[in-house]
Design a protein around this ligand. Structure first.
Ligand code: SF4
Ligand code: SF4
Length: 351
């Protein structure tokens, strides 16, 4: 790791030099919200944003993608053959991604790239990705990253971590990919003499995060007892199963596979799906093992805060970005649910 200094007056020209080597993504204002989007040539990421409505996971894991196509027309020589679709695995960089969202990409990687299964599309897109994270000097009131395994200046997943120091950025270059990117941008001013300022800014930012969750007892709970806890009806009461919480979450990875057929030609699509939808678990027989919203809400929280904890021993499947807290239309708050789960004792009602 090394620290470099980037004067803000040099930022735009440096980013401009990257566009020949990378497809660039960054936060841009879209209506009332910021979201990550491809940057046109000459377009700068808006680094004055606080957080985006949607997470940037679609850069690695598109909301809809074609897996393969086929024809059933027996007059065609390749009928009934699944044909691979050409995909874009060229280098891409996300400028201004938040540290929690980079951490989330590592977390989702556990699902898509592990010894038992390697998803070819995820693996190649992630390999093509360079992340330039922007540390949070002013976290939101709904952020609880410091108790969810990350933090506003977490540099453990990013290729480069930018800290905004006013007229300039201090950048921690963490990886070879990060070195390649800053080299192409022409950023090379030594900032090591000021490296301590990053630690000071990190402490100040962490002190602003007063929202915290406790997760220390989740792993000790008996799964079946937690599953049968009496608080699930209450937690789920107001939920309208809209799925907002899962679509905007950087760590939700569930998908559905559908065939789209026109005449004799078809393709197989992979689309993000949500455990909050009744159709997600509905069997072809009509049976649904999660037949009501209480079962679906419970699944969302049990997956993030119990099943994942037990399966991977890697903390919780949440990075504390606070998006679901902000955007749930009926104010269901994962921090409260985590507290109920962590304090749960069988036979004792949780308040
Ligand atoms: S955003 Fe809220 S209301 Fe919508 S599915 Fe999630 S918990 Fe339910
Ligand atoms: S569960 Fe909510 S707070 Fe946690 S990572 Fe997902 S959207 Fe962010």
């Amino acid at each position: 790791m090394r620290v470099i200094k980037i004067d803000k007056k040099d930022w735009e020209s440096g980013v401009g030099k990257l566009s020949g080597d990378y497809s660039l993504y960054g936060p841009v204002k879209q209506g009332a919200f910021h979201n990550f989007a491809p940057l046109e040539k000459g377009q700068m990421p808006d680094l004055d944003y606080v957080n985006t409505r949607m997470s940037p996971k679609s850069v690695v894991y598109p909301q809809c993608e074609t897996m393969f196509e086929y024809t059933l027309d027996e007059n065609q020589p390749d009928h009934h053959v699944n044909k691979e679709i050409p995909k874009d695995y060229s280098p891409r960089a996300i400028l201004g991604i938040r540290p929690c969202d980079v951490k989330a990409i590592d977390l989702v990687n556990i699902n898509f790239d592990n010894p038992e299964y390697q998803d070819p599309w995820w693996v190649q897109r992630r390999a093509a990705l360079t992340t330039v994270a922007l540390a949070c000097n002013n976290p939101c009131s709904t952020c609880f990253c410091t108790s969810a395994g990350t933090g506003p200046f977490d540099d453990s997943s990013a290729d480069v971590l930018l800290a905004d120091m006013g007229d300039y950025y201090l950048a921690k270059v963490m990886t070879e990919k990060g070195e390649a990117l800053v080299g192409k941008a022409g950023f090379d001013q030594d900032g090591s003499a000021e490296a301590g300022a990053i630690d000071d800014a990190a402490k100040a930012a962490e002190a602003k995060i007063t929202s915290k969750i406790e997760t220390d007892k989740l792993g000790d709970k008996v799964t079946t007892e937690l599953y049968d806890a009496d608080f699930w009806e209450d937690v789920a009461f107001a939920c309208i199963n809209c799925g907002t919480c899962t679509y905007l979450c950087p760590t939700c990875w569930c998908f559905d596979i559908q065939d789209e057929v026109q005449g004799t030609d078809g393709c197989r699509m992979r689309n993000w799906d949500t455990c909050m939808s009744a159709l997600f678990t509905k069997h072809g027989t009509g049976h649904n093992p999660r037949p009501n919203k209480t079962a679906r809400v419970r699944q969302r929280f049990m997956h993030k805060l119990k099943y994942y904890v037990d399966k991977y021993e890697n903390g919780i499947a949440c990075v504390g970005c606070g998006r679901c807290v902000q955007q749930c239309p009926v104010n269901i708050d994962i921090r409260r649910v985590c507290d109920l789960m962590n304090r749960f004792e069988p036979g004792k009602e949780c308040a």
